[in-house]
Ligand binder design. Structure first.
Ligand SMILES: C[S@@+](CC[C@H](N)C(=O)[O-])C[C@H]1O[C@@H](n2cnc3c(N)ncnc32)[C@H](O)[C@@H]1O
Length: 273
């Protein structure tokens, strides 16, 4: 498209703007990835210069355009029962520990950066298995910045690839196969509450409280040290004393902040408030 190409300075301005709004750091190595998507968007909207589009992004219908752009830039890769050994540890060691100290209150679990829903539904399945017969109450919150991903999560319909790691007995018990894909059954769906939340939005983060476990896996890898620390402190405030935080296997809370205690379980390392 003539005149629509982003130069290096444009990319830097845009990357800084996205970073301020989302915590996601796009370095120079992501120039092509970002530029391709922005240019496509400019073409759709009929913008001939980046400056005009950038003004539109910042000032006119600002939130809607930012939402659209963020939806196209986030990486939403996920699947059910991702990092199985860590989930096994949650099921067999962490849930019993938490349940001991609940004293009648509801167990609250948060999947922060839940993408298209596979993680919060996995957590609901595990909680149903572990607590279903005990009469103990629980709820799972699934939040993400990407509104398109959340729409898919609400639909709760998945292809074979997403369910490849689901144990066969759970697949039969908690999903309905319609010949093409898998619907999450209503008894799982009703345990999960999905909504948009930007982890860098301090006010929204302050409203999140009373959680016993937070899963924020494969999300902070896209952030820089500063925004990782901000978000980690937000999780600390959202957790009850003794609450747990689960990161992806390549991530380390000790490298972000020393505020959490490191706990070694049989199958996994987990951080605790
Ligand atoms: C790779 S997915 C991880 C999904 C799931 N947690 C897992 O491990 O399978 C990363 C998710 O983080 C979300 N994300 C990125 N920045 C965010 C922010 N500032 N606030 C909330 N969610 C964010 C993305 O939209 C994306 O859905």
């Amino acid at each position: 498209m003539s005149g629509a190409i982003l130069n290096a300075a444009d990319f830097t301005r845009l990357a800084e703007f996205i970073y301020q709004k989302t915590g996601i750091r796009f370095g120079a190595d992501k120039n092509y990835y970002v530029t391709k998507r922005v240019e496509k968007r400019m073409q759709e909207l009929g913008f001939k210069s980046f400056s005009l589009y950038f003004n539109h992004l910042r000032f006119h219908s600002a939130k809607r355009e930012l939402e659209f752009l963020v939806n196209s830039l986030t990486v939403n890769e996920t699947y059910f029962f991702r990092e199985y050994m860590q989930l096994k540890c949650f099921a067999e060691e962490v849930i019993p520990l938490l349940a001991q100290n609940l004293r009648g209150s509801k167990l609250k679990v948060w999947s922060a950066g839940c993408s298209t829903g596979e993680e919060p539904y996995t957590l609901a399945i595990i909680l149903l298995e572990m607590l279903g017969d005990t009469g103990m109450h629980f709820e799972v919150h699934g939040t993400d910045i990407n509104t398109e991903a959340l729409k898919s999560a609400e639909r709760a319909y998945y292809g074979a690839r997403a369910v490849k790691d689901v144990p066969v007995d759970y697949l039969q018990k908690y999903f309905r196969f319609d010949g093409n894909g898998y619907w999450v059954r209503p008894d799982v769906k009703k345990r999960v509450c999905l909504y948009r939340l930007n982890l860098m939005d301090r006010e929204a983060m302050e409203r999140m409280s009373g959680f016993h476990a937070v899963f924020c896996r494969n999300v902070l890898i896209y952030f820089d040290d500063h925004s990782r620390r901000e978000v980690a402190l937000g999780f600390y405030r959202s957790l009850e004393p003794g609450g747990f935080i689960f990161l992806g296997h390549s991530e380390s809370m000790s490298r972000i902040t020393p505020i959490f205690k490191l706990r070694r379980f049989k199958e996994a390392i987990i951080y605790q408030k």
